[in-house]
Design a protein around this ligand. Structure first.
Ligand code: C2E
Ligand code: CA
Ligand code: CA
Ligand code: CA
Length: 280
């Protein structure tokens, strides 16, 4: 393992340097991981900024490798995408997140997260029948469609093909659709007309220097006006400081996610937090 700074260690070589053999090795390890319970989901709160109330959570995958220790999703999701393993892996993630959402509703009643967001890769969206799988998972778990949010990137949707059809079918089920990392793709504005989107997740890069009043701050401001004008919910991603939160609030943002509020946490930790009377 070599240090990458920021206290993070890469256990496989960086994605750019990988050749087919290593991709295949990661995918093979991942397949074992799926079958032996090395994978789990953590959940990061999405909060209503005004009162700090929890609005929803985003499910994020974690891999605890028996030899290598924790491996982050940026170190294995690309390999899973390229090998196609993301399709069964993504199905497991979706099922697990929906089951957990139902558990929270049973445990916590109206204190449960209003929505659970699940990241979906381009590769999954391109599989014809993805929407049918989503419908089946909702039926099997008993989760109400409006309690599920599917997060897709602009690039995934722009891929064309069946992606847009699948999204419309998912939307027709009553599921919420969020565009992830918004503003970093290259198809943003046209996509808002063709894609049945409910939520824009404004990328961390626009949040980072929102207090500096530079170009990124101008874009952050434009994006909240755009969201409001189109009646979309905007979520500011990667909010790390009170200053950023204040600046975003002044621009008109009402929903945020980031280390300033909460880190991603195991489901049980979130249950415990939401059980406390003051943590609604
Ligand atoms: P993403 O969907 O944009 O998820 C947000 C990432 O930002 C997460 O990293 C989260 O832990 C991190 N984050 C949240 N708040 C802050 C903050 O205040 N500061 C900083 N520096 N980071 C923050 P994570 O969990 O490492 O995931 C990275 C990416 O891997 C995700 O980006 C997503 O693209 C992908 N990913 C994660 N879980 C899944 C999954 O279940 N399925 C798929 N297809 N992709 C996933
Ligand atoms: Ca996401
Ligand atoms: Ca994001
Ligand atoms: Ca991202």
């Amino acid at each position: 393992a070599k240090s990458q700074g920021r206290g993070r260690y890469v256990v496989y070589t960086p994605d750019m340097d990988r050749h087919g053999a290593e991709q295949a090795r990661i995918a093979a390890d991942l397949r074992v991981a799926m079958d032996t319970g090395q994978l789990h989901l953590v959940y990061q709160p999405i909060v209503a900024m005004a009162g700090g109330h929890l609005y929803g959570v985003e499910a994020l995958i974690r891999w605890n490798h028996p030899q290598r220790g924790p491996v982050g999703p940026v170190d294995f999701i690309p390999a899973a995408e390229r090998t196609g393993l993301i399709v069964p892996l993504g199905a497991w993630i979706l099922g697990e997140a929906c089951r957990q959402a139902v558990r929270w509703q049973q445990e916590l009643g109206d204190r449960a997260p209003h929505t659970v967001s699940v990241n979906v890769s381009a590769r999954q969206l391109r599989e014809a029948g993805f929407a049918t799988d989503v419908a089946a998972v909702l039926q099997q778990t008993g989760l109400a469609p409006d309690r599920l949010t599917i997060e897709v990137t602009e690039t995934a949707v722009f891929d064309g093909g069946t992606a847009l059809n699948e999204l419309h079918a998912i939307k027709a089920l009553g599921v919420t659709i969020a565009l992830d990392d918004f503003g970093t793709g290259h198809s943003s504005l046209g996509l808002l007309r063709t894609c049945p989107v409910d939520t824009l997740k404004v990328d961390k890069s626009f949040v980072d220097d929102v207090t500096q009043g530079g170009q990124q701050a101008v874009v952050a401001e434009a994006l909240i006006h755009l969201s409001n004008g189109l009646s979309l919910r905007a979520v500011a991603e990667g909010v790390e400081t009170a200053e950023q939160a204040d600046a975003l609030y002044r621009l008109g943002y009402r929903y945020a996610q980031g280390y300033f509020y909460d880190r991603p946490m195991p489901a049980a930790d979130l249950s415990a937090r939401l059980s406390e009377p003051e943590m609604r």
